[in-house]
Write a protein that binds this ligand. Structure first.
Ligand code: ADP
Ligand code: MG
Ligand code: MG
Length: 866
């Protein structure tokens, strides 16, 4: 097995084996870009190493030594001799870019002896700067010694010698280096002096870093498999910390916040590696490089263009300038905001660089969700008090309580509080806290700082580098001029303009986004599945149409019984002991519902609407406490005792499996008849006004073919009478079934013979298949997830292996009976992209979800079809 590839041997297609970074280093080398020479140890070698003891010694070591030898010959330098000194970096790189998650060691190959030689070849402060960084990074990556430990030592020495480290003499530098080794000794370790030992230990540490805690959190968050492993890149060093004509930087080929086609980035003169993103010194905008190092700047512009054209996407490029000479150290597709992703995708289509289909894959459903998310109410903004301004690192708007640590963020979040994480700067350890925060604020760091990059990736709003704030994480206070805020205080954050307000602010839905409309139109053209809405209130129905619903997949009618004015009539009906009373209640309900349906149908007009007949168990309509019972007794002119008795009689041990759905429709047939009369009277009225609607009546909780026949016959009878009564030509309508019981799935062929359409009610179907009560799953799901028994909440993402199989079986059986029957899915998972991909496969016709999830679902449907 070939387990090492020189950069000149690989290509971008080899990401599985070389990791993202390695494959791109290889690709750039092939393109002729100035990439320092090096080689990549494969991900397969990493997995083998993690699995097999002795693998390194027996199978890898020799190959690495051979590759080092080749590298030495290629660059004409050596890791061992002191004349032509080769220093190298050891860089991890998994298949998927995991910013800040894995570890890198620079300047490897220096030791007490070689640093002296290096100082003679270059200069002392530079040489020792490299060596100190090596000891620090090595200590961090290999032995987990914190950066602060080393920084403290440095500051003590600077104070003691009364000068900055750049001015230390060689003996002073040597004393400092000895002090840097003390934290090693505290762990009974040594900083290895042999460059080859350094290399081997470093490689093993990078392999192990695949399993470090923050990598695991990141993979969970982004659904990256755990068994991929990381590659290791060994690369000869170039130096951005080698004087004023040297620099290191990061740049995007387009603006990652807006998508604007203009180089966007930052650099730091005389700096190395992560200095730019670590927020230690504030970096300069890339445009400044033009004055400072014009040749390197021109070169960089050219390579940026080459890379973007080659990869057909916005690139995030890491570069270093070593005494005026430019080197490219990394390129990858740049992380971007939802807005930028959309704008870039459309620009690239306009420029004929990518196709519409490719554009549909460049924007994720989650991004679409972000694009329709709220901003601050402009009228409230006028009176808002600004606390401070920082960098607009990730757009969006949020209000919440201040917390200072990731732990507190999680703790508050679990208590149902909305939190804003405020820190000097964030680090990968903060990930879990960042995930649960509404917004992230840092007092240090730039647009490419950890906080900024991670927040943009998560679509969380973020203001970075808000230097007016003094953040004290120990006393848990923020001071800003005279103001002091403490943990729990409320602030509002606008990540689009970088402003922090001291006021609690309401948010509003953003205006129509033309580019989004365009993309979603393409999505609709491409999709097989249609998207309907679960909506019944006029507000939701209007929103659903606004967001492009092709119809209504589920209009629940419960609200027509629960409304303040109706509940009394419903209770009167349930508790009626004489026919007359029952009829009065029914008549009143009918008149309420006629108005309701008329308005609903008028809102959606010719768009199809599935109306589900009454579903919940009886007892849900009845009062529970004494006071309410007494009040009801008065209203119904009955004795409280009598009512209490009736309620007791109606009590069910297990109401979710009790007297509900079509069971109610059969035992109290008048209720469904009344509903259907209300629907058709409204539809007839609309028809008389020239608006033709086609009601789709859905019967819930059917398990038996005969249940359906019973309900259907009664309804058909009512409907025919109505047509006759109004003297109108019958218009088309449908009567279908909500498939939400496992038995209904298994007998779908029989049900199909009686039904005009099916719609899977995945909430109940999941509940009935797993036997998990939807309302109680919260008690054990977290533990199930922790133990890996369940990876996802099956009420949010369809359980394909179980519930999905029932659905597939039902679709197949139904299509045997009626090949063209319309089959939909309503319920939470109807809006979930992963579940949508499954519904596409099994041949469902449409999904239905809540109004705000529609735009994302439309894109997900297109992606499922591509
Ligand atoms: P990450 O995966 O965290 O981005 P990298 O492997 O890209 O880590 O390394 C971080 C930084 O270290 C790079 O951006 C670059 O500035 C610096 N670096 C890595 N290798 C070299 C090298 N061979 N010469 C100079 N700088 C390097
Ligand atoms: Mg890093
Ligand atoms: Mg990098």
């Amino acid at each position: 097995m070939k387990q090492i590839y020189r950069f000149s041997e690989g290509s971008v297609e080899m990401k599985d084996l070389l990791g993202g970074k390695g494959a791109n280093l290889a690709e750039m080398t092939r393109l002729g870009l100035p990439v320092p020479a090096g080689f990549t140890i494969t991900t397969a070698a990493c997995i083998k190493y993690l699995q097999q003891e002795n693998y390194f010694e027996q199978s890898l070591k020799a190959d690495i030594l051979k590759a080092i030898n080749q590298l030495e010959n290629e660059v004409g330098k050596s890791l061992l001799n002191n004349d032509q000194m080769l220093l190298i970096s050891v860089r991890s790189g998994a298949k998927f870019s995991m910013p800040g998650m894995m570890d890198t060691i620079l300047n490897l190959g220096l030791n007490d002896d070689r640093v002296l030689a290096f100082a003679k070849l270059t200069n002392a402060s530079f040489a020792y700067d490299c060596y100190r960084r090596l000891i620090q990074m090595f200590g961090d990556v290999v032995y987990g010694i914190s950066k602060e430990t080393f920084d403290d030592t440095l500051h003590k020495f600077e104070a003691a010698f009364g000068k900055s480290v750049a001015d230390f003499s060689i003996p002073e530098q040597q004393k400092l280096i000895e002090a840097y080794k003390i934290p090693y000794h505290k762990q009974q370790k040594e900083f290895p002096q042999d460059p080859i030992d350094q290399l081997f230990i470093a490689i093993k540490a990078v392999f192990h870093s695949w399993n470090n805690q923050r990598a695991q959190v990141y993979r969970k968050l982004h659904d990256i498999p755990f068994n991929l492993g990381t590659a290791v890149n060994i690369q000869s060093m170039v130096f951005g910390n080698n004087g004023d004509k040297s620099a290191t930087g990061v740049a995007f080929t387009r603006n990652p916040a807006t998508g604007e086609k203009k180089l966007f980035g930052e650099f730091l003169p005389n700096a190395q590696g992560e200095d730019v993103v670590a927020g230690i010194r504030t970096p300069q905008p890339i445009a400044k490089l033009k004055q400072l190092l014009p040749t390197a700047y021109t070169d960089f512009m050219r390579y940026a263009e080459i890379l973007e054209t080659h990869y057909k996407d916005m690139q995030d490029i890491e570069f270093t300038i070593d005494q005026g000479q430019l080197f490219i150290l990394q390129t990858r597709s740049g992380k971007r905001t939802a807005q930028a992703a959309l704008n870039i995708a459309l620009d690239l289509v306009n420029d004929e660089i990518i196709t519409k289909d490719e554009a549909l894959l460049r924007v994720t459903p989650t991004m679409v969700e972000q694009l329709i998310h709220p901003v601050f109410d402009p009228t409230e903004l006028k009176n808002a008090t600004v606390l401070a301004h920082g960098l607009p690192a990730s757009p969006g708007a949020a209000t919440g309580q201040i917390v200072f640590t990731a732990e507190k963020a999680q703790e508050f979040h679990e208590q149902g509080k909305k939190v804003i994480l405020v820190r000097q700067e964030t680090s990968p350890e903060d990930i879990a806290g960042m995930v649960v925060s509404e917004a992230i604020v840092t007092s240090r760091g730039g647009m490419t700082s950890h906080a900024a990059v991670v927040a943009r990736g998560m679509g969380t709003c973020c203001v970075a580098g808000c230097e007016a704030l003094t953040v004290d994480e120990y006393t848990r206070t923020i001071t800003c001029e005279e103001q002091t805020l403490t943990e729990g205080d409320i602030i509002s954050v606008d990540g689009s303009i970088g402003t922090i307000y001291q006021t609690e602010l309401q948010t509003v839905t953003p205006e129509d986004n033309q580019n989004l409309q365009r993309l979603l139109t393409w999505a609709d053209e491409r999709a097989d599945l249609m998207v309907r809405a679960n909506a019944e209130t006029l507000q939701d129905l209007t929103a659903a149409i606004h967001f492009g619903a092709s119809g209504i997949g589920l209009a629940r009618t419960e609200h027509m019984f629960f409304g303040e004015d109706r509940i009394l009539e419903m209770r009167r009906l349930i508790l009626a002991e004489e026919k007359q009373e029952f009829d009065i209640a029914l008549k009143r309900l009918l008149s309420f519902q006629q108005d309701d349906f008329y308005q609903m149908l008028q809102t959606t007009q010719e768009k199809p609407m599935v109306i589900r007949l009454l579903d919940p168990p009886m007892h849900e309509f009845l009062p529970a406490d004494e006071q309410a019972i007494n009040q009801l007794a008065q209203q119904l002119k009955k004795s409280p005792v009598r009512i209490t008795n009736q309620i007791t009689q109606l009590h069910e041990t297990n109401p979710m499996l009790g007297h509900r759905g079509c069971r109610l429709g059969i035992t109290k047939a008048q209720i469904y008849q009344m509903q259907v009369e209300a629907i058709f009277t409204s539809a007839i009225k609309l028809a008389q006004n020239g608006i033709v609607v086609k009601p789709e009546i859905m019967v819930p909780l059917v398990a038996e073919e005969k249940e359906l026949i019973e309900v259907k016959n009664a309804l058909l009878h009512t409907i025919e009478n109505l047509f006759e009564k109004h003297g109108i030509n019958p218009f088309p309508f449908e009567i279908g079934v909500m498939i939400e019981l496992p038995r209904a799935c298994m007998t779908a062929d029989k049900l199909a013979s009686q039904a005009d359409f099916f719609s899977f009610g995945t909430n109940d179907l999941t509940q009935m298949s797993y036997g998990f009560s939807r309302d109680d799953i919260g008690k054990f799901l977290p533990i199930y997830k922790e133990k890996g028994i369940l990876l996802q909440d099956p009420f949010q993402t369809l359980d394909q292996a179980g519930v999905g199989q029932l659905i597939q079986t039902a679709v197949e059986k139904a299509r045997q009976t009626k090949p063209d029957m319309m089959i939909g899915v309503c319920g939470e998972v109807g809006g979930d992209p992963k579940s949508i991909a499954f519904f596409q496969q099994v041949g469902v016709d449409y999904v239905s979800c809540s109004a705000y999830r529609i735009p994302a679902a439309r894109l997900a449907c297109a992606q499922a079809a591509l």
